[in-house]
Every structure is written in structure tokens, then in C-alpha cells.
Design a protein around this ligand. Structure first.
Ligand code: 5GP
Ligand code: MN
Length: 339
């Protein structure tokens, strides 16, 4: 529940806005895209021209979402993206706590004199917006947009398309209600979304059963050849070099979700995925229970995130990165045993 005065101010700003931009984070996930499209669809429905700008690659499994034509990718259509940001008199920033996560777009955000509203669920948001709504206990920004639409813009704005986007946001950021969702309100929200005739099973299938044959074979390769299990630390990790990715005709988004696979091994509480990029190694970290992977991401990988899902980068070789990772584990052995 957002403070009454904040609600009124946002409502006022939306009422006064000619053009709105919705920005979300680099390497956008289901929550980033689902929340942004839901907000854009709702505002457009209210007669306020609203566009979504994402820093880079939209994953294929989200391309079917309603309202996707309202999104522009900064990396590929820079001129258009900048125009949208510069032309906006109100900017919503969704699902990130630090403008650095805009991957270059932040220059235009800072230059803009538009009112800025940050809506996020990551810890310690940077103070850059005029209004910050930060609810770190929520599983997704999707819930926050649902409440915003309900509390601020009032009844009758939701429809099947908006509800579908919100459901994708909530479903993906909780790993299909696997984590970050153990509180009643999330199911009340989902229950309400069902009233708009969303096709829950088809949505699941669109998002999770949309892989290429290459991707599934890459997954098999990871499980067979690349997963390292360290039972004494309740930890397992997977690493993939660029060469390996190319062998499986890797496409953007193909390694999404791999980090969760080792949890199926009994006793695993901490997982990591290391993926070689051009100039760095992308590190994804996940945990079960209260082992704080955001602490690991901040302390060792220039990153951040949530208690159970975080990420960052390593600028060492893959070999060094992996041996360094293994050398960290003894320091967290107690914490890993007791969570
Ligand atoms: P993923 O492993 O899926 O890329 O990221 C999981 C979560 O970790 C994201 O939702 C985000 O909160 C956080 N995260 C990932 N990479 C970074 C990063 O480089 N910096 C920060 N601050 N957070 C990150
Ligand atoms: Mn999120």
C-alpha cells in the first residue's frame, strides 16, 4: 500500500503528462518486461502516450507479450530510444535499484527534466528519482504495478492483456512460485488476475516451453559435463565458455534458468553460473533459505541483487574465476551448513 500523498502525486503527474517513458534494466527478464508493458498498456488506455525503452536484448520467450510493439531497444534503435526519453515529461523506472543498470541509457535519464518515479524491489535503491517506491519484500515489481494500477489509477483499468503481462512478471520473478512468494497477498493478486481470463497454462508454456533444440542440448551438456557439485559446501556451479556456447549455436537467453538446475540435487543450497562474455564473465548466483547471495555478488563480483538471486561480473579468466569461487566457499561454510 503506497502512502496516500505519494499516490496523489503520481496520479497528478500522470494526469499532467503528455508523454511517459518506462525504463527498465539491462538484460531484461520477465518482471522487467512484464511490469513495464503492463504499465505502458494501462497508461495508454488512459490516453497518456507511453513507451517502454529497454537497454538491450529482449529474450525470445517474451516477444509474444501484449504491448511488445510499444517497446524500443536502446542498443538497436538508439535514436528512437533517446527521442522517447527526451520527449517524456514523466519517466517510470522499473525493477532496478541503480541507474548503472540502464547500461548507458542513464545519461539520457539524468539529462531529462522529466519527473522520475522509481518502482523497485531490490535492496538499497540509489536516490536518483523524485519518488522512490521500494518494497524489497515483494517477489516482483509486477505486484507493485498491480497495486499501483489498483490504488492510484483506480478501477476498470485492468484487462486481459495487462493482467497477462503482470502474471508473467510475477510468475517469472518467483520461478513459477518457487521462491520469493510465501505470503498471502501475492496469491490474492494472482487470484484477481485470473478474473481477467488470463490463460495461465498457455502463459507458462509460452515462457518455459519455448526453447530451441540447441538450447535443450546445451542444458544436457551442462548437466553431464559442466556441473560441479561440492556437497561439503552444499554448493554446485556451472561454467560455460564462449567456445562451448558457439558449439551449441547459442542465442541470447539460452542460459537463462541454468543456474537453478543444480537445486534438484538433494542438499544443494547455493548455485552459481559463470558465462563467458566478450569482456567479462557474467556471474549468476542463487540460494535457497537465507544464504545471502547478494552479499557474495557485492563483495566479490561488483554486483548485487536479492538474498536468493543476485549477479555480477568477474574480469578474470574463467579458470581464475572458478578457482577463486571455490576458494571463497570455506569462508561461508558455517553459513551454508546452517541455512
Ligand atoms: P541474473 O543472475 O538473472 O542475471 O540476475 C539475478 C538478479 O541479480 C537480478 O534480478 C538483479 O537483481 C541482480 N543482478 C544481476 N547482475 C547484476 C549486476 O551486475 N549488478 C547488480 N547490482 N545486480 C545484478
Ligand atoms: Mn524483478
Amino acid at each position: 500500500m503506497v502512502d496516500k500523498q505519494i499516490r496523489e502525486t503520481i496520479n497528478e503527474w500522470v494526469g499532467a503528462a503528455n508523454r511517459v517513458a518506462v525504463l527498465t534494466h539491462t538484460n531484461p527478464d520477465g518482471d522487467a518486461i512484464g511490469s513495464s508493458l503492463a504499465l505502458a498498456l494501462a497508461l495508454n488506455k488512459m490516453g497518456v502516450e507511453t513507451n517502454v525503452v529497454i537497454p538491450d536484448g529482449l529474450p525470445d520467450f517474451l516477444r509474444w507479450l501484449p504491448g511488445i510493439e510499444r517497446s524500443t531497444t536502446f542498443k538497436y534503435k538508439q535514436e528512437k530510444a533517446i527521442k522517447i526519453i527526451e520527449g517524456a515529461d514523466l519517466i517510470f523506472c522499473l525493477d532496478f535499484n541503480d541507474p548503472e543498470r540502464l547500461n548507458g541509457m542513464q545519461t539520457y535519464l539524468f539529462q531529462s527534466e522529466a519527473k522520475k518515479v522509481l518502482i523497485d524491489h531490490h535492496e538499497d535503491p540509489v536516490d536518483f528519482a523524485d519518488i522512490t517506491i521500494s518494497e524489497t519484500w515483494r517477489g516482483s515489481v509486477g505486484e507493485m504495478i498491480y497495486l499501483l494500477l489498483e490504488e492510484i489509477f483506480q478501477e476498470n483499468i485492468l484487462d486481459k492483456d495487462i493482467a497477462t503481462c503482470l502474471y508473467v512478471a510475477i510468475m517469472t520473478d518467483t520461478g513459477n512460485f518457487n521462491y520469493a512468494s510465501s505470503y498471502p497477498e501475492i496469491f490474492h493478486i494472482v487470484g484477481d488476475l485470473m478474473h481477467y481470463d488470463i490463460e495461465k497454462d498457455r502463459i507458462y508454456s509460452n515462457v518455459y516451453d519455448a526453447f530451441s533444440e540447441d538450447r535443450i542440448r546445451l542444458q544436457g551438456y551442462c548437466m553431464l559435463e559442466k556441473m560441479v557439485v561440492l556437497p561439503q559446501y552444499h554448493t554446485a556451479y556451472i561454467s560455460l565458455t564462449d567456445k562451448e556456447l558457439r558449439k551449441f549455436n547459442h542465442r541470447k537467453g539460452d542460459t537463462e534458468g541454468f543456474v537453478n538446475l543444480p537445486f534438484s540435487v538433494k542438499g544443494i543450497k547455493f548455485t552459481a553460473l559463470f558465462v563467458e562474455k566478450k569482456d567479462r564473465i557474467k556471474v549468476s548466483l542463487r540460494s535457497r533459505g537465507n544464504f545471502p547471495v547478494n552479499r557474495i555478488a557485492t563483495e566479490h563480483y561488483h554486483g548485487g541483487g536479492h538474498v536468493n538471486a543476485a549477479g555480477g561480473d568477474s574480469f578474470r579468466s574463467m579458470e581464475e574465476t572458478l578457482s577463486l569461487f571455490e576458494s571463497l566457499l570455506p569462508h561461508y561454510a558455517d553459513l551454508l551448513s546452517n541455512t
